[in-house]
Design a protein around this ligand. Structure first.
Ligand SMILES: Cc1cc2nc3c(=O)[nH]c(=O)nc-3n(C[C@H](O)[C@H](O)[C@H](O)COP(=O)(O)O)c2cc1C
Length: 187
């Protein structure tokens, strides 16, 4: 069993990465494999709506997308975190999700029943909107979204600041524990 955790921040070792890693740490503690992937520095172009994924189980654009896509499809769990940029998820996050969702849905709903959920991190506001934005992706792809003590949001501006948000840290940890719990019940 494996859970893939992705940070859609262009900033390495930032608050989103920290939040996703906190959740993954708890999954690991339950004996489930995890892999963290940062989209920082990766080349993932936006979907160009060519519809090639209707005739082949891969995206026609040749960049860093395909290996990530394959890892997510192979895993039982999937967590995606995004910083809030002007009230929304980052372009990096949405480029990945748009292509992931389209290839998956055009090839037999490949994300169906994977366990996980979104995480949103911001300095001050916009986490709820971004969390909901990412949640649309999960629900439409027939995934099993797991809750926590609060919505999976955290506060922080400079790198590492989210660790000062005690409730945010606790929410991420409990989220990871619940993902592991659900996975163990299902598999
Ligand atoms: C272009 C840009 C837009 C941002 N927009 C918001 C925003 O709408 N609301 C907010 O509270 N913080 C906003 N921030 C702050 C980031 O969400 C915050 O610094 C967050 O911790 C970054 O996550 P990271 O460390 O994972 O990159 C913005 C930052 C940038 C660079």
């Amino acid at each position: 069993m494996k859970v893939i955790g992705i940070s859609g921040s262009p900033r390495k070792a930032g608050n989103t990465e920290t939040a996703v890693r906190l959740a993954l740490e708890e999954v690991e503690k339950q004996g489930i494999d995890t892999e963290f992937i940062s989209l920082s520095g990766m080349k993932i172009a936006p979907c160009r709506a060519c519809m090639r994924c209707k005739t082949q189980p891969k995206c026609a654009i040749e960049d860093d997308f395909q290996p990530i896509f394959e890892k997510i499809v192979e895993a039982e769990g999937f967590i995606v975190g995004s910083p809030v940029y002007f009230g929304s998820a980052t372009p990096e996050t949405m480029a990945l999700l748009d292509r992931l969702g389209y290839v998956a849905r055009n090839n037999g709903n490949l994300l169906r029943r994977k366990v996980g959920g979104p995480i949103a991190v911001a300095r001050r506001a916009g986490q709820n909107f971004t969390y909901a934005q990412l949640m649309f992706f999960y629900i439409l792809n027939e995934m099993i979204v797991v809750g926590s003590t609060y919505w999976n949001i955290a506060f922080g501006r400079e790198k590492g600041e989210m660790t000062c948000d005690a409730e945010g840290v606790e929410t991420m940890r409990n989220f990871g524990q619940n993902v592991a719990w659900v996975l163990k019940k299902l598999y």
